[in-house]
Unconditional design. Structure first.
Length: 151
């Protein structure tokens, strides 16, 4: 399980040092082999341990590609998927195309999402976080799925 929000830095070459708590878990789950792709609904990247990505990739490929919305999703999610390995220091090199999509500069944020991690530009994360927090208590009704949780 990946939890928490950590602020990290990316160096000038595009290398990211994974936070220690996530690095240890990634080494346990997949020997540091990860897959990074874009999140199609937000300007961030998604990081999956390789076995989790392989399961998800099979599910995505099994979707009906004749539907235009499914095909667009497959094209983007699978097309941008990039295999990366954490080095001995827990770093990985984020490819330029993914850095561009996420609008990355030096300051980034790693957000745990259970089975995966999100990687955000710090500036975009702050906007997203503040927007989400301002929605709390708004007149918007919570989905039934959330109402059934005992928090």
């Amino acid at each position: 399980m990946f939890r928490g929000v950590q602020h990290v830095s990316m160096d000038a070459k595009g290398r990211l040092a994974m936070p220690a708590r996530h690095r240890e878990r990634l080494m346990e789950l997949c020997g540091g082999q990860i897959v990074v792709t874009i999140e199609t609904k937000a300007p961030c990247l998604v990081i999956y341990p390789l076995p989790e990505w392989e399961r998800l990739e099979r599910d995505i490929q099994a979707l009906p590609a004749m539907k235009p919305g499914v095909r667009r999703f497959q094209r983007l999610t699978l097309g941008y998927a990039t295999d990366l390995d954490l080095d001995g220091s827990g770093r990985c090199l984020v490819p330029p195309s993914l850095r561009e999509y996420g609008q990355f500069e030096k300051k980034l944020v790693v957000v745990g999402q259970g089975n995966k991690l999100e990687l955000w530009s710090e500036a975009l994360w702050i906007v997203e976080r503040d927007r989400a927090l301002s929605d709390v208590g708004a007149d918007e009704e919570l989905p039934d799925e959330l109402l059934s949780l005992n928090l």
